[in-house]
Design a protein around this ligand. Structure first.
Ligand code: ZN
Length: 139
């Protein structure tokens, strides 16, 4: 069995953003030489997500509005977590609902997606360096 590991680094200039990381994961898959197996892609921070969905800008705006309704950033004083002096209580909750990681099957040297599936990095407390782990195992 082969095993491959890589960190993808991000420094998003805004507080929140969604980034399609599928091309970077495909590059990892090429580098790994693995043609049959499993890929794990996970955010290494508790205020960022990795998820799979459609690369469609209307949907991304819908996510943004939906998440702001569920866990509005303001007022920051409403979150007990922010009593620690932080202002990212909302980002922890947004991360929870959008998920930590995805697992994708590798078949015939490709990411074995359903229709329209793409992998996204979801940032909820940006403006600093963060990373995503890509781990691929198989043969
Ligand atoms: Zn925090």
């Amino acid at each position: 069995m082969k095993s491959y590991r890589k960190d993808l680094w991000f420094n998003i200039p805004t507080r929140r953003a969604f980034v399609n990381v599928t091309p970077q994961v495909e590059e990892c898959l090429q580098d790994s030489g693995i043609t049959d197996g499993i890929a794990l892609i996970n955010a290494m921070h508790i205020t960022a997500s990795v998820f799979i969905n459609d690369d469609e800008s209307g949907l991304h705006q819908d996510y943004e509005e939906w998440l702001e309704k569920l866990a509005p950033h303001e007022p920051v004083s409403k979150y007990r977590h922010n009593r620690t002096g932080e202002d990212n209580g909302d980002a922890h909750l947004k991360r929870q609902i959008m998920g930590r990681e995805v697992v994708v099957a590798i078949s015939e040297g490709r990411l074995d997606f359903g229709p329209w599936e793409q992998i996204f990095y979801g940032e909820f407390d940006g403006r600093r360096k963060k990373r995503v782990l890509v781990k691929i195992i198989g043969e």
